[in-house]
Design a protein around this ligand. Sequence first.
Ligand SMILES: NC(=O)c1ccc[n+]([C@@H]2O[C@H](COP(=O)([O-])OP(=O)(O)OC[C@H]3O[C@@H](n4cnc5c(N)ncnc54)[C@H](O)[C@@H]3O)[C@@H](O)[C@H]2O)c1
Length: 407
Amino acid sequence: MNIAFVGCGFVAAYYGDTLLNHPELRPLAVFDISPSRMSAFSKRYNIPIAASYQAILDNPDIDLIVNLTPPASHVEISRAALLAGKHVYSEKPLALEPAGAKELIALATKQNRLLAVAPCNFLGGSMQTLARLVRENVVGIPRLIYAEIDDGPIHQLPHSTWISSSGVIWPAETEFRVGCVWEHAAYEVGFLTSIFGPVASVTSFAHTLVTDKMKEIAPQDLGPDFCAALLPFRSGVIARLTIGTVARRNRSMTITGDKGILHIPEIWDYEAPVQFTLSRGSKADPASPLLLVTPRTTPERAVDSLGVPMPMAERGIQVDMLADAPRHYPKANRMDMCLGLAELAAAIRENRRPRMAADHAFHVYEILQALHDSVAAPGYREITSDFLPIEPMPPLQTAASNCTISW
Ligand SMILES: NC(=O)c1ccc[n+]([C@@H]2O[C@H](COP(=O)([O-])OP(=O)(O)OC[C@H]3O[C@@H](n4cnc5c(N)ncnc54)[C@H](O)[C@@H]3O)[C@@H](O)[C@H]2O)c1
């Protein structure tokens, strides 16, 4: 699949660094309005420079455009690509306004082109394993989810020293202006909706707690740095979502059901261990083949009145990546940003519905918009969009490990 990157900023290197995992993706061109960034990216990843964005749009060999520009440019770049008959993979968010999001979704349908929106972490090994365990009924009926994406007090950290593999400094000003909802909520919401289906409503509160993060930004121009929300799913489960850049780092997911609890400590790690604990009081012995860790030998397993060993109170599992691992990752985390691109490319090739489908992207968008709207007016908002179920990824090879259950 021939692709082109538009935008050679901080995140572009995350894509460049993970291209090696997907040799089927052939980058034919890069473009950025900053010649120095474009040149550095082109040199580092050996991808030809395009004379202009129009030159990419006019190149009939390019099938798929990867939009890595800042959020405010997403609609303009994606619109031009779709109009030129290209498929689009956009960094999140799809748009910053509902009109733009709706326009792009409608345009993709009209042009018969695929439109996908990052993040793709829900396709990663750990999250797919988590989803599979839920489907295999390991936790019984899922009742409650705690989804956290607190990224630590970023404004107090030395972010001017965070430099990507192609030499770009982390764009603090844009990130602070856009705020934590548009920047981070999709990493949790995308995954949750992919396994539990559509959300019925959002009740949320979002606020800017630290108003003097950057002297260049007036307080009223800062995006939120804290958001807390309740998301009842139409399937019955309820999620409590916390997003922020003030509280201590906690990017985890915990799914509680009648029989057990599943936990991922780090949703930005595609190889994070998935941990399982039996619910207190549950006698269930979950039989998923993914629960591979040998039960503890001490203390001795209790036996019931017939001498049959009782289920262990705790077990742990670890997800491994495909057998052709090790994978290549950016230096900051074990996230394969090109996995979503590869999945979209495969869907185009196979003429099938992609796992990162536009209807799902729009549903996530509607939820994010509701969260963002709660900055001005906290409260309840109905979510009306829908999407077709998402096929699981093919199962990965998994391996046992002695991971610790931490609660
Ligand atoms: N910074 C992160 O840690 C991070 C992580 C994941 C996703 N993202 C997302 O990735 C996207 C890009 O973020 P970033 O951190 O790389 O930002 P950035 O500001 O570092 O880079 C954006 C690049 O796009 C270029 N650009 C702007 N308008 C353009 C246009 N019209 N045509 C061509 N190039 C244009 C800029 O010159 C810049 O080099 C955003 O949507 C962001 O939400 C960022």
